[in-house]
Design a protein around this ligand. Structure first.
Ligand code: TMP
Ligand code: ASP
Length: 234
Protein backbone atom coordinates (compact mmCIF):
# COMPACT_ATOMS: atom_id res chain seq x y z
CA UNK A 1 0.00 0.00 0.00
CA UNK A 2 1.60 3.27 -1.14
CA UNK A 3 1.36 6.25 1.21
CA UNK A 4 0.14 9.25 -0.76
CA UNK A 5 -0.57 12.88 -0.01
CA UNK A 6 -1.43 13.99 3.54
CA UNK A 7 -5.00 15.19 3.36
CA UNK A 8 -5.67 16.07 6.99
CA UNK A 9 -3.85 16.76 10.22
CA UNK A 10 -5.85 16.68 13.43
CA UNK A 11 -4.80 17.07 17.03
CA UNK A 12 -3.69 13.48 17.50
CA UNK A 13 -3.62 11.95 14.01
CA UNK A 14 -2.74 12.53 10.38
CA UNK A 15 -4.62 11.06 7.44
CA UNK A 16 -2.98 10.14 4.13
CA UNK A 17 -4.33 9.06 0.78
CA UNK A 18 -3.24 5.72 -0.66
CA UNK A 19 -3.16 4.33 -4.19
CA UNK A 20 -6.65 2.94 -3.49
CA UNK A 21 -9.24 5.73 -3.54
CA UNK A 22 -11.42 4.00 -0.97
CA UNK A 23 -8.64 3.59 1.65
CA UNK A 24 -6.70 5.99 3.86
CA UNK A 25 -3.71 5.59 6.17
CA UNK A 26 -4.37 6.86 9.70
CA UNK A 27 -1.14 7.84 11.49
CA UNK A 28 -1.09 8.35 15.26
CA UNK A 29 0.98 11.21 16.71
CA UNK A 30 2.38 11.74 20.22
CA UNK A 31 0.76 15.18 20.41
CA UNK A 32 -1.83 15.65 23.12
CA UNK A 33 -4.29 18.48 23.50
CA UNK A 34 -7.06 19.23 25.95
CA UNK A 35 -9.76 21.83 26.45
CA UNK A 36 -10.11 22.56 22.72
CA UNK A 37 -6.37 22.57 22.23
CA UNK A 38 -5.77 25.41 24.71
CA UNK A 39 -3.53 22.92 26.56
CA UNK A 40 -0.87 21.27 24.42
CA UNK A 41 1.86 18.75 25.02
CA UNK A 42 3.31 15.45 23.92
CA UNK A 43 3.03 12.05 25.51
CA UNK A 44 6.05 9.99 24.47
CA UNK A 45 5.05 6.90 22.44
CA UNK A 46 1.32 7.69 22.79
CA UNK A 47 0.91 7.29 19.03
CA UNK A 48 2.29 3.77 19.14
CA UNK A 49 0.20 2.83 22.18
CA UNK A 50 -3.04 4.27 20.77
CA UNK A 51 -2.50 2.62 17.39
CA UNK A 52 -2.05 -0.77 19.05
CA UNK A 53 -4.96 -0.39 21.48
CA UNK A 54 -7.28 0.90 18.73
CA UNK A 55 -6.33 -2.06 16.54
CA UNK A 56 -7.19 -4.54 19.31
CA UNK A 57 -10.49 -2.78 20.03
CA UNK A 58 -11.57 -2.50 16.37
CA UNK A 59 -10.79 -6.20 15.77
CA UNK A 60 -12.77 -7.20 18.85
CA UNK A 61 -15.72 -5.00 17.89
CA UNK A 62 -15.78 -6.39 14.32
CA UNK A 63 -15.98 -9.89 15.82
CA UNK A 64 -18.97 -8.73 17.87
CA UNK A 65 -20.83 -7.34 14.85
CA UNK A 66 -19.88 -3.65 14.94
CA UNK A 67 -18.70 -2.50 11.51
CA UNK A 68 -15.63 -0.27 11.70
CA UNK A 69 -13.28 1.56 9.34
CA UNK A 70 -10.35 -0.64 10.40
CA UNK A 71 -8.69 -2.67 7.64
CA UNK A 72 -5.28 -3.63 9.03
CA UNK A 73 -2.35 -2.57 11.14
CA UNK A 74 0.49 -1.29 8.93
CA UNK A 75 3.25 -0.22 11.33
CA UNK A 76 3.88 1.07 14.85
CA UNK A 77 1.99 4.28 14.17
CA UNK A 78 -0.10 3.50 11.09
CA UNK A 79 -3.30 1.64 10.33
CA UNK A 80 -5.10 1.20 7.03
CA UNK A 81 -8.70 2.38 7.22
CA UNK A 82 -11.70 2.71 4.95
CA UNK A 83 -12.33 6.22 3.70
CA UNK A 84 -15.13 7.84 5.69
CA UNK A 85 -17.33 10.86 5.20
CA UNK A 86 -17.47 11.72 8.87
CA UNK A 87 -20.81 12.45 10.53
CA UNK A 88 -20.11 15.67 12.53
CA UNK A 89 -21.48 14.20 15.73
CA UNK A 90 -19.47 12.89 18.69
CA UNK A 91 -21.28 10.17 20.60
CA UNK A 92 -20.44 9.85 24.28
CA UNK A 93 -21.55 6.96 26.47
CA UNK A 94 -21.25 7.25 30.23
CA UNK A 95 -21.46 4.51 32.86
CA UNK A 96 -20.19 6.59 35.78
CA UNK A 97 -20.39 10.37 36.33
CA UNK A 98 -17.14 12.14 35.36
CA UNK A 99 -15.76 15.05 33.36
CA UNK A 100 -18.31 17.01 31.37
CA UNK A 101 -21.34 15.41 33.02
CA UNK A 102 -20.07 16.15 36.53
CA UNK A 103 -19.50 19.76 35.51
CA UNK A 104 -22.75 20.26 33.62
CA UNK A 105 -25.03 18.81 36.33
CA UNK A 106 -22.98 19.75 39.40
CA UNK A 107 -22.42 16.12 40.37
CA UNK A 108 -19.53 14.41 42.09
CA UNK A 109 -17.30 12.23 39.91
CA UNK A 110 -17.66 8.52 40.58
CA UNK A 111 -21.44 8.23 40.94
CA UNK A 112 -22.46 5.00 39.21
CA UNK A 113 -25.32 5.59 36.76
CA UNK A 114 -28.42 3.39 36.92
CA UNK A 115 -28.19 2.91 33.15
CA UNK A 116 -25.74 4.12 30.49
CA UNK A 117 -26.22 7.72 29.33
CA UNK A 118 -25.80 8.49 25.62
CA UNK A 119 -24.95 12.05 24.62
CA UNK A 120 -24.52 13.67 21.23
CA UNK A 121 -22.14 16.58 20.80
CA UNK A 122 -21.87 18.68 17.66
CA UNK A 123 -18.30 18.21 16.37
CA UNK A 124 -17.13 21.81 16.31
CA UNK A 125 -14.08 22.90 18.36
CA UNK A 126 -14.77 26.61 17.88
CA UNK A 127 -18.13 26.08 19.61
CA UNK A 128 -16.59 23.67 22.18
CA UNK A 129 -18.47 20.62 20.84
CA UNK A 130 -21.85 21.64 22.28
CA UNK A 131 -24.29 19.07 23.59
CA UNK A 132 -27.33 18.64 21.33
CA UNK A 133 -29.94 15.98 20.65
CA UNK A 134 -31.45 13.72 17.99
CA UNK A 135 -33.88 16.38 16.88
CA UNK A 136 -31.04 18.78 16.03
CA UNK A 137 -29.25 16.01 14.15
CA UNK A 138 -32.29 15.05 12.08
CA UNK A 139 -33.52 18.61 11.52
CA UNK A 140 -30.08 19.73 10.34
CA UNK A 141 -29.83 16.63 8.16
CA UNK A 142 -26.54 15.55 9.76
CA UNK A 143 -27.82 11.96 9.78
CA UNK A 144 -31.03 10.17 8.83
CA UNK A 145 -33.28 8.45 11.31
CA UNK A 146 -32.07 5.08 10.03
CA UNK A 147 -28.42 6.10 10.39
CA UNK A 148 -29.05 7.39 13.91
CA UNK A 149 -30.62 4.05 14.78
CA UNK A 150 -27.46 2.25 13.65
CA UNK A 151 -25.20 4.75 15.45
CA UNK A 152 -27.14 4.27 18.68
CA UNK A 153 -27.23 0.46 18.43
CA UNK A 154 -23.50 0.33 17.70
CA UNK A 155 -22.69 2.74 20.54
CA UNK A 156 -24.50 0.70 23.20
CA UNK A 157 -23.01 -2.50 21.76
CA UNK A 158 -19.50 -0.97 21.95
CA UNK A 159 -20.23 -0.13 25.60
CA UNK A 160 -21.25 -3.69 26.44
CA UNK A 161 -18.28 -5.24 24.64
CA UNK A 162 -15.72 -2.80 26.04
CA UNK A 163 -17.08 -2.87 29.61
CA UNK A 164 -16.56 -6.64 29.70
CA UNK A 165 -13.21 -6.49 27.92
CA UNK A 166 -11.71 -3.83 30.22
CA UNK A 167 -13.28 -5.39 33.30
CA UNK A 168 -11.28 -8.57 32.62
CA UNK A 169 -8.18 -6.33 32.64
CA UNK A 170 -9.03 -4.80 36.01
CA UNK A 171 -10.27 -1.54 34.48
CA UNK A 172 -13.66 0.15 34.90
CA UNK A 173 -14.95 1.79 31.72
CA UNK A 174 -16.26 5.13 33.00
CA UNK A 175 -17.11 6.80 29.67
CA UNK A 176 -15.90 7.12 26.07
CA UNK A 177 -16.42 9.01 22.84
CA UNK A 178 -17.07 7.55 19.38
CA UNK A 179 -17.20 8.98 15.88
CA UNK A 180 -18.96 7.51 12.88
CA UNK A 181 -18.84 8.02 9.14
CA UNK A 182 -20.27 6.83 5.86
CA UNK A 183 -18.40 4.48 3.55
CA UNK A 184 -20.14 3.47 0.32
CA UNK A 185 -23.48 4.33 1.92
CA UNK A 186 -22.86 2.33 5.08
CA UNK A 187 -22.33 3.66 8.64
CA UNK A 188 -18.98 2.57 10.10
CA UNK A 189 -17.33 3.29 13.44
CA UNK A 190 -14.28 5.49 12.80
CA UNK A 191 -11.58 7.50 14.55
CA UNK A 192 -9.80 5.68 17.40
CA UNK A 193 -10.50 3.91 20.68
CA UNK A 194 -7.76 4.58 23.20
CA UNK A 195 -6.98 6.14 26.58
CA UNK A 196 -7.35 9.47 24.74
CA UNK A 197 -11.02 8.76 24.05
CA UNK A 198 -12.03 6.57 27.01
CA UNK A 199 -11.95 7.11 30.76
CA UNK A 200 -10.58 4.01 32.47
CA UNK A 201 -10.19 3.69 36.24
CA UNK A 202 -8.26 0.92 37.94
CA UNK A 203 -10.77 -1.47 39.51
CA UNK A 204 -8.89 -1.77 42.83
CA UNK A 205 -7.36 1.66 43.36
CA UNK A 206 -9.68 3.83 41.18
CA UNK A 207 -6.50 5.37 39.73
CA UNK A 208 -7.20 7.28 36.52
CA UNK A 209 -5.61 5.32 33.64
CA UNK A 210 -6.37 7.69 30.75
CA UNK A 211 -5.90 11.15 29.29
CA UNK A 212 -7.20 12.80 32.46
CA UNK A 213 -3.62 12.32 33.73
CA UNK A 214 -2.57 14.84 31.07
CA UNK A 215 -5.66 17.08 31.27
CA UNK A 216 -5.34 17.41 35.05
CA UNK A 217 -1.53 17.22 35.40
CA UNK A 218 -1.68 14.05 37.48
CA UNK A 219 1.78 12.80 36.47
CA UNK A 220 2.89 9.29 35.38
CA UNK A 221 1.33 9.93 31.98
CA UNK A 222 3.62 7.85 29.72
CA UNK A 223 3.83 5.01 32.25
CA UNK A 224 0.06 4.85 32.54
CA UNK A 225 -0.48 4.64 28.75
CA UNK A 226 2.12 1.81 28.64
CA UNK A 227 0.37 0.05 31.52
CA UNK A 228 -3.00 0.17 29.75
CA UNK A 229 -1.39 -1.29 26.61
CA UNK A 230 0.27 -4.01 28.68
CA UNK A 231 -3.06 -5.00 30.25
CA UNK A 232 -4.96 -4.83 26.96
CA UNK A 233 -2.38 -7.06 25.22
CA UNK A 234 -2.30 -9.52 28.13
P1 TMP B 1 -16.26 14.66 28.72
O1 TMP B 1 -16.66 14.17 30.07
O2 TMP B 1 -15.18 15.69 28.76
O3 TMP B 1 -17.43 15.08 27.89
O4 TMP B 1 -15.62 13.40 27.96
C1 TMP B 1 -16.33 12.21 27.79
C2 TMP B 1 -15.44 11.17 27.13
O5 TMP B 1 -15.09 11.57 25.82
C3 TMP B 1 -14.11 10.94 27.85
O6 TMP B 1 -13.88 9.53 27.87
C4 TMP B 1 -13.09 11.63 27.02
C5 TMP B 1 -13.68 11.65 25.66
N1 TMP B 1 -13.41 12.89 24.93
C6 TMP B 1 -12.80 12.84 23.68
O7 TMP B 1 -12.45 11.76 23.19
N2 TMP B 1 -12.58 14.00 23.02
C7 TMP B 1 -12.95 15.22 23.50
O8 TMP B 1 -12.74 16.24 22.84
C8 TMP B 1 -13.59 15.25 24.78
C9 TMP B 1 -14.04 16.57 25.38
C10 TMP B 1 -13.81 14.07 25.45
N1 ASP C 1 -8.57 16.54 22.57
C1 ASP C 1 -9.54 17.53 22.88
C2 ASP C 1 -9.08 18.95 22.64
O1 ASP C 1 -7.93 19.28 22.43
C3 ASP C 1 -10.12 17.52 24.24
C4 ASP C 1 -9.96 16.42 25.20
O2 ASP C 1 -9.76 15.27 24.86
O3 ASP C 1 -10.07 16.73 26.40
O4 ASP C 1 -9.87 19.80 22.69
Amino acid sequence: MKKGKQIYEGKAKKIYETDDKSLYIQEFKDDATAFDATKRGTIKEKGVVNNKISTIMFKLLEQKGVKTHFVKLLSDREMLVKRLHIVPVEVTIRNVVAGGMAKMLGLKEGIKLKEPVLEYHYKNDALHDPLFNEYHIRALDLATDKELGIIKDYSFKVNEVMKDFFSAKGLDLIDFKLEFGRHEGEILLGDEISPDTCRLWDRNTQKKMDKDRFRRDLGQIEETYQEVLRRVED
